[in-house]
Design a protein around this ligand. Structure first.
Ligand SMILES: [Zn+2]
Length: 400
C-alpha cells in the first residue's frame, strides 16, 4: 500500500469521527476526493488547542474516544491532564513499528532490557515495555529513581540495553554498569545538543550505541535514530510528517526549517490529522543502511509559537535555549533584546555566566549565526539574571 492509499483509508476512518467530519464539512471537502498528496495538503490543520478541548471531554461526549479503547494513559497540559487513548490495534501497530527500529538499533530478542521511565499514569514506561516484549527481548520494568537498586539489578542480570533519560544513564554509568552496550535515551533534548553524546560516552568510559527518540504522548513513536548515527528517522509507516511555514501554513520543501505537522496512518482512537506540533525541525531524505530515509538530522530545534521577524529573517528565540545546552559553561538563563536603531533591527543576547565563561562567546556567536542566519549585534555575559529565559521586543513593546 502506498502512503497515499494508506492516508485515503485513514481519512475514511476519520470521516466517521464528528471532530474531523465537521472539519471536512467546514472546508466543503469530501474525503473521497483526496486523490493525491497535493490534495491532502488542502485539508485544514488541527490546532493543539482544539484537539485538547475535544480530548478532555468525558468519553461519552468525546468523538475522539473509541469504544475499543483498552489503555488510557495521561499527559500533563499546564495544571491539567488529558487522556491518551489506545485500542488493542493501536498498541499492536505501535509495537510492530517500534520493533522494526529495535532491530535496526542492533537489539536482539536475546537482550535483557531495563526500562527506567515511569509506569504509572504517563505513557513512557509501558510504551517501551510493550515494544521490547513484542520484539521478544526480556524486559525489567525498573521505573525511575532508586539508582542503587537499578545498578544492582543491571549487574546481577547482565542487562545489555538501558532505557533512560541521559542524565540518569550517566548517573548509573558512574556507578559501574559494564554489561550495558546500548542505551535508548528520551525525556530530554539529546541529538539537538552538541557534544551530549560524547559526554554520555565519557561517563560510560566506552563506545556504546545511543538511540535517541522524539515523540509526544499523542503520537508515539514519531522518530528514532538507528545504529548508524544518521539522525532521527521518521517512523513513516506509522505517521505522515510534513513541514510547513508556521506563518503561512504553506508546505516547505525538504531541507527547510519549519513546523512539524503529523498525521497518524493507522490510529483508531484519538488519531491526529495534520496536527500542528509547534515543534521546529528540518526534514531530509537520507539514505541509511537500516532502510529508513525520511530523517530529522537534528531532531527538534525549537518551538514555533514565539517567532519574531528580525531584519526580514524568521527567528525563534527558543532556538537559543537549544544551542545553549551545548555550552555547559553558560547557564540556561538568558535575555534576548530586539530593538530598532534608525530603522534597522538590532538583536542582542545577555546570558548568565561567570566572567571567564566569556571565552566561549566567539564560538557561540558563529554557532548562533549558522543556526539562526542572524548576526547578533551584541552577546554578553552577566553574573546574575533573574527568572528564566526571556525575550524583550522593544519594537513592539512586548516581552515574554
Ligand atoms: Zn538508519
Amino acid at each position: 500500500m502506498t502512503v497515499l492509499e494508506r492516508l485515503q483509508a485513514q481519512l475514511k476512518h476519520l470521516n466517521g469521527i464528528d471532530f474531523y467530519r465537521r472539519k471536512f464539512q467546514g472546508a466543503s471537502m469530501d474525503v473521497g476526493d483526496i486523490a493525491s498528496l497535493d490534495d491532502f495538503q488542502k485539508i485544514p490543520f488541527t490546532a493543539a488547542k482544539e484537539f485538547q478541548e475535544e480530548i478532555k471531554k468525558p468519553p461519552a461526549q468525546c468523538s475522539l474516544y473509541n469504544p475499543q479503547v483498552t489503555r488510557v494513559n495521561f499527559s500533563p497540559s499546564g495544571q491539567d491532564l488529558y487522556p491518551v487513548y489506545q485500542t488493542n490495534q493501536d498498541l499492536e501497530v505501535m509495537h510492530r513499528v517500534c520493533a522494526r527500529s529495535l532491530e535496526s538499533a542492533g537489539v536482539t530478542p536475546q537482550d535483557m532490557v531495563a526500562v527506567t521511565f515511569g509506569y504509572h499514569l504517563f505513557i513512557a514506561g509501558l510504551f517501551y515495555q510493550g515494544q521490547f516484549e513484542y520484539y521478544g527481548s526480556k524486559v525489567i520494568p525498573l521505573g525511575p529513581g532508586e539508582s542503587a537498586r537499578a545498578v544492582q539489578l543491571i549487574n546481577d542480570y547482565k542487562i545489555g540495553v538501558l532505557v533512560s533519560n541521559p542524565t540518569f544513564a550517566m548517573k548509573l554509568a558512574e556507578q559501574g554498569i559494564p554489561s550495558v552496550h546500548t542505551i535508548f535515551v528520551g525525556g530530554e533534548p539529546f541529538t539537538s545538543v552538541q557534544g551530549y553524546s560524547e559526554k554520555v560516552r565519557a561517563a560510560f568510559e566506552r563506545d556504546i550505541t545511543i538511540i535517541d527518540s522524539y515523540s509526544m504522548a499523542l503520537c508515539m513513536p514519531i522518530a528514532r535514530s538507528c545504529g548508524h548515527n544518521t539522525g532521527l528517522h521518521i517512523m513513516d509507516d506509522f505517521v505522515y510528517a510534513e513541514v510547513i511555514d508556521p506563518v503561512t501554513g504553506s508546505p516547505l520543501p525538504l531541507g527547510e526549517k519549519g513546523e512539524l505537522v503529523l498525521t497518524h496512518l493507522h490510529k483508531q482512537a484519538a488519531p491526529l490529522l495534520r496536527y500542528r506540533t509547534g515543534d521546529l525541525t528540518v526534514l531530509q531524505r537520507t539514505s541509511c543502511a537500516c532502510g529508513r530515509e525520511l530523517t530529522m538530522p537534528q531532531s527538534v530545534i525549537g518551538r514555533t509559537d514565539e517567532m519574531l521577524k528580525i531584519k526580514g529573517v524568521k527567528f525563534w528565540p527558543s532556538q537559543i535555549a537549544t544551542i545553549l545546552r551545548s555550552y555547559p559553561q553558560l547557564s540556561s538563563r538568558y535575555r534576548v533584546e530586539v530593538d530598532s536603531l534608525e530603522g534597522v533591527d538590532t538583536l542582542s543576547l545577555v546570558i548568565e555566566g561567570t566572567p571567564d565563561s566569556a571565552m566561549v562567546l566567539d564560538k557561540l556567536a558563529s554557532h548562533l549565526k549558522t543556526e539562526t542566519l542572524l548576526k547578533f549585534n551584541e552577546i554578553r555575559i552577566t553574573e546574575k539574571l533573574e527568572g528564566g529565559p526571556s525575550v524583550v521586543d522593544k519594537r513592539k513593546g512586548r516581552s515574554f
